[in-house]
Design a protein around this ligand. Structure first.
Ligand code: NAG
Ligand code: NAG
Ligand code: NAG
Ligand code: NAG
Ligand code: CU
Length: 203
């Protein structure tokens, strides 16, 4: 099979009337489309659908746009003739905290492939993207203040807490919620989902 499926149920919390947002990744270029979501509420879900090439959705901070700090989808390669689209889902835990993401594929962040949830007037998407594109190449990639390694799990270094599972190879997520990911498998779904649960980082 082309993609592994990891469906993580991270917290025994039920949200009602949540909104689902869909974001296309790599559809026609080094882009998240839309590149920002405003007004996302607690419990809302953002479904990143990987349309082409080999991208990631990786959490960072406003101050360091291209440095992993938090959850990570891991690389989602999509063959040109792929019949399935991998999907990575993030659930908003704190609507007051902006969330910042980038693609960690080599040089994509530096070319502006970044994404924001609930940016603020003081920390706008445009500022975030400009910083991403102005950063030195050495700041790219997966290094960061987490102990998560490169396989796609992340724990926020000191923020409000972020948990997620991102690697189909070795999903393990730990976080302040203490919730354990529950893995299930479905090969019939057209959309393959990796779910992550993320809280805002204070940075
Ligand atoms: C996706 O990109 C990563 C990082 O560049 C690379 O290690 C991996 O082999 C790529 N996967 C495919 C299928 O090209
Ligand atoms: C997709 O393309 C690859 C390489 O071009 C090929 O090996 C594979 O058989 C193709 N798969 C399908 C389902 O066409
Ligand atoms: C939500 O985020 C805001 C802004 O970062 C922060 O002040 C607040 O403490 C956070 N709330 C929770 C419950 O973490
Ligand atoms: C990006 O960072 C990785 C390691 O994090 C490094 O190997 C790579 O050379 C960097 N890319 C550039 C263009 O400097
Ligand atoms: Cu990319």
């Amino acid at each position: 099979m082309k993609f592994s499926t990891v469906l993580a149920t991270l917290a025994p919390v039920a949200f009602v009337a949540a909104t689902d947002y869909t974001v296309s990744v790599g559809d026609g270029g080094l882009t998240f489309n839309p590149n920002q979501i405003t007004g996302a509420a607690q419990g809302d879900t953002i479904n990143f659908q990987f349309k082409a090439k080999n991208h990631t959705v990786t959490q960072s901070t406003f101050a360091s746009p291209c440095t992993q700090n938090g959850i990570d989808s891991g690389f989602m390669p999509v063959a040109a003739n792929a019949t399935q689209i991998p999907q990575f889902s993030v659930t908003v835990q704190n609507a007051s905290a902006p969330l910042w993401f980038f693609c960690k594929q080599t040089s994509h962040c530096q070319q502006g492939m970044v994404f924001a949830v609930n940016p603020t007037p003081a920390k706008t998407f445009a500022m975030f993207q400009a910083m991403a594109m102005g950063q030195t190449a050495a700041a790219n990639g997966t290094t960061g203040g987490t102990s998560a390694g490169s396989s796609g799990t992340g724990t926020a270094a000191g923020g409000a807490g972020a948990t997620g599972s991102g690697s189909s190879a070795a999903p393990s997520a730990t976080g302040k919620s203490g919730a354990l990911p529950k893995l299930s498998f479905s090969s019939s779904a057209a959309l393959l989902t990796v779910a992550g649960l993320v809280a805002g980082l204070s940075l």
